[in-house]
Design a binder for this molecule. Structure first.
Ligand code: PEP
Ligand code: MG
Length: 564
């Protein structure tokens, strides 16, 4: 048995044979072309056109999210910046294959250096490069095979174009050596309900060295086991069955949210960052939107979105939730989310610098235009719109933001609690706000002084860390004292067992990744409030994340039989 640990990107479990996706072509030689720049340029243009046409044809045959991703990849293929970069290398006498390889390298480096969401788009550029090189070399691009049995797909990384061909019945699970939990691979896998693990270092080598061609995947825990023991195989088979059975039942929902078995109501909202997430949120049974990350809507913009543009998009995004709650966050720009239309000065520590609400001290018009657009969209859509600001540090900032939002007619205005000072000042901040929303992703990184993007420091950013749980408890208590609702919108709320603990700690609502709403709802509706409270009290006593999980799970044992 060989066991490897990666990061869970889509929950579930699988057991079966595996297939290693063929590696892309190696880097082309840097030898000069013998055929001349004009010939190479013509070759490159034709290869780009062929790849673009193929992606376009596949997009036409697809629908929904897969179609959008294929069209977006097609657009990237024709990106003139990538072509111009390659053209300048062709002019130096290189071959078309070498030039496009180098040009793509420059772009992927830029994306990786930008970090966060942009870094995860680097695999899209690499995939376009590989497709173009395959056309230039006259070989077939390695596609996902069509086998007559189900299998676990193991790959270095999968691109959006690869993943659009995934068939849930055939692909039992996906495990990639690279990639991150917010990459396109992860998004598609979650949408299709395929268990997935990403960033699983060494998985390809382990697969090549394995003689059994049998693998067990526990995507809840991010663990893959080659040649599993009979005991583990039985455990995974039971887990897969439990998940299948559970998914046949819709969880119990009352007038204002999901219901625990002792009648306590928990609203479960969705985190959205793209227009297309909204429909998925509706289909997933979300009670509304609990976090609309507006900066993600405009990440690729060179100029600020106008009032009318914003108004139109927000109206479209709010309307499916007319008469329901929508919590929209003002631009959270900076650090891992740089925006071309905001001039950030170079800082030694961007995550501790001018980001989130702090950016508006220099760009007030961005905030006021956005609030005006939100207020208009709220009226036009009929949704119950709440607005909040990110990265609030002091009560004075909360006071300024809330009164500004009120002046635009936005009656319910609140702030995110995601830096430690806001935890210690939660009583005062709650007095200034109509609601609080805890951002556990940033709060975890700032409490532990550990970059949330760092794979090496990932254990500090485990949302089960007791310091984070104690912080949530403190904020929930401050909210209860001040009659101020407190939600959690960080990824912690997307872990079904942890979501139950958060409710037990006293938070009044959860906002999750759309793909996990049903799992979280099933966890909440299978437990009593008392069990969640006991699990929370136990976890608060722990001194590390693993212990917190273990102590809490003793009170949440019903979840195991549901495969949660
Ligand atoms: C958070 O920090 O938990 C949060 C929800 O905000 P983001 O992940 O967008 O920084
Ligand atoms: Mg945050």
């Amino acid at each position: 048995m060989t066991t490897l640990q990666g990061i869970s990107a889509s929950t579930g479990a699988a057991l079966g044979p595996f297939h290693i996706m063929a590696a892309a072509l190696p880097k082309p030689s840097s030898m000069q072309s013998g055929s001349g720049a004009e010939f190479e340029l013509d070759n490159l243009s034709r290869a780009i056109k062929a790849v673009s046409n193929e992606l376009g044809e596949r997009a036409e045959r697809s629908e929904g999210l897969a179609q959008e991703i294929l069209y977006a990849t097609q657009e990237m293929t024709e990106d003139s910046a990538l072509f111009s970069e390659a053209e300048s290398l062709l002019a130096k006498g290189h071959t078309a294959a070498y030039s496009i390889w180098e040009a793509a390298e420059i772009f992927t480096r830029l994306l990786i250096n930008a970090g966060g969401y942009l870094a995860e788009r680097a695999s899209d550029v690499a995939n376009i490069r590989d497709r173009i090189i395959c056309v230039l070399s006259g070989v077939d691009y390695p596609e996902i095979p069509l086998l007559n049995h189900g299998f676990v797909l193991i790959a270095r990384d999968l691109s959006p174009a690869d993943t659009t061909d995934l068939k849930p019945g055939q692909i039992l699970a996906i495990v990639t050596e690279e990639g991150g939990p917010t990459s396109h691979t992860a998004i598609i896998a979650r949408t299709l309900g395929i268990p997935a693990i990403v960033a699983c270092t060494g998985v390809i080598e382990a697969a090549r060295n394995d003689g059994s061609n049998s693998v067990g995947v526990d995507a809840r825990a991010g663990v893959i086991t080659f040649n599993p023991s009979q005991e583990l195989a039985l455990e995974l088979a039971a887990l897969t069955k439990a998940i299948e059975n559970r998914r046949l039942h819709r969880p119990l929902h009352g007038a204002d949210g999901y219901q625990t078995t002792d009648g306590f109501t928990v609203p479960i909202y969705a985190n959205v960052g793209r227009f297309e997430d909204v429909n998925v949120a509706v289909e997933s049974g979300a009670d509304g939107i609990g976090l609309l990350r507006t900066e993600l809507l405009y990440l690729d913009r060179k100029t600020p979105p106008s009032l009318s543009e914003q108004q139109e998009l927000y109206t479209k995004m709010f309307t499916p939730f007319a008469s329901k709650k929508v919590v929209i966050r003002t631009l959270d720009a900076g650090a891992d989310k740089p925006m071309a239309f905001i001039n950030f000065s170079k800082e030694p520590n961007p995550a501790l610098g001018v980001r989130g609400y702090r950016t508006v001290s220099n760009h007030k018009a961005l905030l006021t235009t956005q609030l005006e657009a939100i207020a208009e969209a709220a009226k036009a859509s009929g949704a119950e719109v709440w607005v909040m600001a990110p990265m609030i540090t002091l009560p004075g900032e909360a006071q300024d933001f809330v009164s500004l939002a009120h002046s635009f007619g936005l009656e319910t205005a609140g702030v995110m609690v995601e830096v430690p000072s806001a935890v210690f000042l939660a009583n005062e901040i709650a007095k200034e706000s109509n609601f609080l929303s805890i951002g556990t992703n940033d709060l975890g990184q700032y409490l532990h002084a550990a970059d949330r993007e760092s794979a090496q420091l990932a254990h500090f950013n485990d949302p089960w860390q007791p310091a984070l749980l104690r912080a949530v408890h403190q904020v929930a208590n401050a909210g209860a004292r001040g009659n101020c609702p407190v939600g959690v919108c960080g990824e912690a709320a997307s872990d079904p067992a942890l979501a139950a603990v958060l409710i037990g700690l006293g938070v009044t609502s959860l906002s999750c990744n759309v793909s996990t709403i049903q799992d979280v709802a099933q966890a909440i509706t299978s437990l009593t409030y008392v069990e969640m409270r006991d699990a929370a009290l136990a976890a608060l006593e722990a001194s590390n994340a693993a212990e917190a999980k273990l102590l809490a799970r003793k009170h949440l044992h019903k979840l195991a039989s549901l495969g949660l």
